[in-house]
Design a protein around this ligand. Structure first.
Ligand code: UDP
Length: 239
């Protein structure tokens, strides 16, 4: 597979064309941003960890019936993926209150919900990714009703599979963000990444944060947290 010109550079990844119009190469960077790009930095080795972790988790999800964009890992930082057109929604699933939920509703972090929640933001940097509901998404023509049904079904399935996986690693899956895309035939698949950049992961016993909140909130030990969480995954799944 030949790597061709760069198609796009995002905050944490670059995307390249290949000689196959249906496939792209994603290259993970160490760059980190938070608060809609206001805070910028680098986390040494993050790109390698996120690439490998996202691929391992997506393989797991594929086996459990959630289709993804993953084709194959090419190197430490690069992965071949199916070309999709991204549904411009950030899908957030929560098991425990944290982050913007805690802030918006004026509650402490760490409240364990009876059942998980789902919410959407409109992927639009200029607007600061505003929260919207299913009806807003339909009104704006961001997705069809059938697509939203599929996205919700897959999102809760991802939550079940990954909550159980991380529990076995001594880690609590607090919340996470997913993005979905459409293949050229319209099939909806899970895209983007699943990593400590996009999930809140707490040590089950100590509640220590093992994710990007260490960067967002200047808690220190950012690189070590990424290494620790990858180590836990590898202990469970092998290297
Ligand atoms: N998240 C993300 N990208 C975003 C916003 C949120 O990956 O642009 C993830 C975040 O890491 C967390 C979950 O989605 O695991 C919920 O984030 P929240 O809405 O609490 O927003 P935040 O507090 O990160 O602003």
């Amino acid at each position: 597979m030949e790597k061709k010109e760069q198609l796009y550079e995002g905050k944490a990844k670059k995307v390249f064309k290949t000689d196959d119009p249906e496939k792209l190469i994603v290259s993970y960077k160490d760059d980190a941003t938070a608060f809609n790009g206001l805070k910028k930095g680098t986390i040494a080795g993050k790109g390698v960890i996120n690439n490998r972790m996202s691929n391992r988790l997506m393989k797991l999800l594929e086996r459990e019936g959630v289709p993804t964009h993953l084709v194959e890992e090419l190197s430490e930082r690069e992965t071949l993926v199916k070309r999709v057109s991204i549904v411009p929604l950030e899908v957030i699933v929560r098991n425990i209150s944290a982050g913007s939920f805690a802030k918006r509703y004026g509650v402490e972090e760490g409240i364990v919900f009876k059942s998980p929640t789902i919410e959407y933001s409109y992927k639009n940097d200029a607007l600061g990714d505003p929260l919207l509901n299913r009806y807003h998404a339909l009104a704006l023509g961001l997705a069809t009703e059938a697509e939203l049904d599929t996205i919700e079904r897959y999102s809760f399935k991802v939550n079940e599979v990954l909550s159980a996986f991380w529990r076995d690693c001594g880690v609590t899956l607090v919340d996470f963000k997913l993005e979905f895309g459409r293949l050229s035939d319209g099939t909806v698949v899970l895209a983007d990444e699943i990593s400590p950049d996009t999930c809140r992961l707490w040590d089950s016993v100590t509640k220590e944060k093992l994710d990007k909140d260490r960067f967002r909130r200047d808690l220190g030990g950012v690189e070590d947290a990424y290494k620790e969480i990858m180590g836990r995954l590898e202990k469970k799944l092998g290297k």
